[in-house]
Design a protein around this ligand. Sequence first.
Ligand code: NAD
Ligand code: IPM
Ligand code: MN
Length: 365
Amino acid sequence: PTRYSITLLPGDGIGPEIVSVTKEVLNLAGSLEGVEFNFQEMPMGGAALDLTGVPLPEETLSAARKADAVLLGAIGGYKWDKNEKQLKPETGLLQLREGLKVFANLRPATVLPQLVDSSTLKKEVAEGVDLMVVRELTGGIYFGKPRGFGTNEKGEEIGFNTEVYAAHEIDRIARVAFEIARKRGGKLCSVDKANVLEASMFWRKRVTALASEYPDVELSHMYVDNAAMQLVRYPKQFDTIVTNNIFGDILSDEASMITGSIGMLPSASLGESGPGVFEPIHGSAPDIAGQDKANPLATILSAAMLLKYGLGESDAAKRIEDAVLDTLNRGFRTGDIYSAGNKLVGCKEMGEEVLKSVDSAVPAA
Ligand code: NAD
Ligand code: IPM
Ligand code: MN
């Protein structure tokens, strides 16, 4: 069998619960396609802070670098919220993304027919939505300098950050987005704040300049405030969205709710080469951690993205995607996507039902 090494970063809160369930699903789907995994579990986030004093230990980053792919749960929690910047779990996640140079974050938001009733939007608005947010992940205000705390000319305390994009950073994420749009519905909407921000004016200029290389893709531009509104007004207008780090963070959480729950949205973070990072878009959900209530499907679907985008194992990926649909068809729902008439289950049981579906589903064509 083909063997892959996967670094598992369970992290904090619901992270360990959703990762342990997902690991089993990966094992089973892989075994049915002659694929085996060596899992290496490493500390990260708050768990790593408690264990080693830093949110991303060197051993964790070097293990991730050597792996074929990284599967991450989530990080963060009340316990570490007041830590200084360098000692926050979130800083560890940013260091991981930067360290692995995974600049392209793909966040698909698909409304499954089974979950139309879970959306907070009206059925006719939500049904059929199938969009992809391509979020720039290693630049922008998250990483821009100068940043920090200080005092202004009046001697008043300030906190400050810098939104900055270099030409190559915009070009490479735009190319990823054009390629994805080309394979999807052929429409790319670049979201920015070019009416106000220089970084966005430059973003729009670079994206526009690339459009001639992709004549088959219809490029449009939208201001982010309007995009936030359009996403809930008429989300079906969107096919592929490309945007900067912070707008992509916010818009993908918004888009998740169209699909029924943030507990459903997976992501893939990819670089030019090297291992990708695969994680749900949600956080560590400290409000439900340790209660076996978390929806593991976003992480399970992230594992499908890992197989497809990270390892090129599309058949095994398809097995997982089909199993998730089958499990939903059989009526199993965690609390976040529950609607009347369905079977309410916890994280573990949802995982077990997905395993049954992987086992019983007909092999992918
Ligand atoms: P969150 O995504 O953790 O939770 C927001 C809400 O959604 C909560 O009510 C939570 O219970 C619910 N939710 C999230 N995932 C769910 C799931 N799988 N199933 C059911 N319900 C789910 O966002 P937050 O509360 O703003 O942040 C909590 C912590 O997570 C913070 O420390 C934050 O920094 C961190 N965070 C980490 C990541 C990451 O690891 N990639 C992403 C976002 C937030
Ligand atoms: C996400 C999270 C992270 C981000 C935080 C935890 C650093 O919200 O993965 O969406 O802002 O990128
Ligand atoms: Mn986020």
